[in-house]
Design a protein around this ligand. Structure first.
Ligand SMILES: Cc1cc2nc3c(=O)[nH]c(=O)nc-3n(C[C@H](O)[C@H](O)[C@H](O)COP(=O)(O)OP(=O)(O)OC[C@H]3O[C@@H](n4cnc5c(N)ncnc54)[C@H](O)[C@@H]3O)c2cc1C
Length: 307
């Protein structure tokens, strides 16, 4: 099966989601081509073991449709029959464009897949991670959108050995009115070894300063529940869960979070889960490795003081 990974850059290198796809496809013993999309200048994304083409986005244009056109042509001319993308904004959009071009249904929420000769079957997670369903993908080109953290990332040595193609043309009849580029500072949710997340049990937006202080001390990334994102305490980019990000850090500290299934689906695979909640019946304790029953507003300042 000839395969193609749609990759992305992050902080000048290959994103962790892309490294997960590389690891899985290598395990399956398939040769693959990588196309990495990003706007970084001269990222370190090359390798001696696979071919990478860097498609450079102009941040001031909506050029994903143009990129998808290019990728579609490559898929057709090289008779590629398996396309993998991470379930990110870029991955989902590109997979959508490609599916129309290639007359293939995109298969989303994939958490695993198996290849047997020309047959490909997938395991897909639904109902906020409570159920899985299995598919056999019968289209000629199979387009899979993989949920982040489904596989361990590949540990490969990266170099400057790749080609760059600049894509600037926008073939959509959409005029860009304004662009907001999110500032990213400190450890990022997807990559951090420690994640501290806040929920409604932090009581007031003001109290998030305790979470920030603790995160600074532990060099941790900060996440939150949808409840506090909806309340405007935190931007959506920090939401963990079914409709937010999936994280799998070594340590996840849930502060004042009830542990609804929609939240759990984004963090339950963390290696060690610590929960602080004043309600000992809170569902988060069912998946916590270490639980503290008590008031976040007295426990977290004491924790900070002791570090
Ligand atoms: C389609 C859909 C998608 C969703 N996607 C997501 C998602 O991606 N991510 C997500 O997080 N949610 C998501 N949700 C929402 C989810 O169902 C919950 O409503 C949400 O996770 C609850 O957030 P919370 O734990 O902050 O608040 P609550 O459920 O209100 O829990 C607050 C907790 O804080 C505790 N508490 C209160 N005061 C204190 C205190 N002083 N000290 C200690 N503990 C205290 C309480 O005991 C309680 O357990 C989704 C829902 C739907 C329907």
């Amino acid at each position: 099966m000839k395969s193609l990974i749609i990759g992305e850059t992050s902080n000048g290198t290959i994103s962790s989601g892309t490294l997960e796809l590389i690891s899985k496809i290598t395990q399956e013993g398939l040769d693959f081509k990588l196309i990495t999309i990003g706007s970084d200048e001269n990222p370190k994304i090359g390798s001696d073991t696979f071919k990478n083409t860097y498609m450079k986005l102009n941040q001031n244009e909506l050029s994903l449709a143009s990129i998808a056109d290019e990728i579609s042509n490559i898929i057709k001319s090289e008779s590629i029959n398996l396309v993998l993308a991470s379930s990110t904004y870029v991955g989902r959009d590109i997979a959508g464009f490609l599916s129309v071009d290639l007359n293939a249904s995109p298969i989303s929420n994939v958490v695993n897949f198996k290849i047997d000769g020309d047959n490909l079957s997938t395991t897909n997670s639904i109902d906020g991670g409570e159920s899985d369903y299995l598919t056999n993908v019968t289209s000629e080109v199979k387009v899979l959108i993989i949920r982040p953290k489904s596989f361990e990332p590949s540990e490969i040595e990266l170099n400057d050995n790749y080609e760059t193609v600049s894509i600037e043309k926008n073939n959509l009849s959409v005029a860009v009115q304004d662009i907001f580029i999110e500032e990213k500072t400190g450890p990022q949710l997807e990559d951090s070894k420690i994640v501290i997340s806040a929920g409604r049990g932090m009581v007031d937006v003001e109290n998030l300063k305790f979470i920030e202080e603790l995160a600074n001390k532990l060099n941790a990334a900060i996440g939150g529940t949808r409840a506090i994102v909806d309340a405007g305490w935190m931007p959506y980019s920090q939401q963990v869960g079914q409709t937010g990000k999936t994280v799998k850090p070594d340590v996840y500290i849930a502060c004042g979070i009830s542990g609804a299934t929609q939240h759990q689906v984004g963090m339950k695979d963390s290696k060690f889960i610590i929960a602080i909640n004043k309600d000992e019946e809170a569902p988060i304790f069912q998946i916590a490795d270490f639980g503290v029953v008590g008031d976040t507003l007295s426990i977290i300042p004491k924790l900070i003081e002791s570090l």
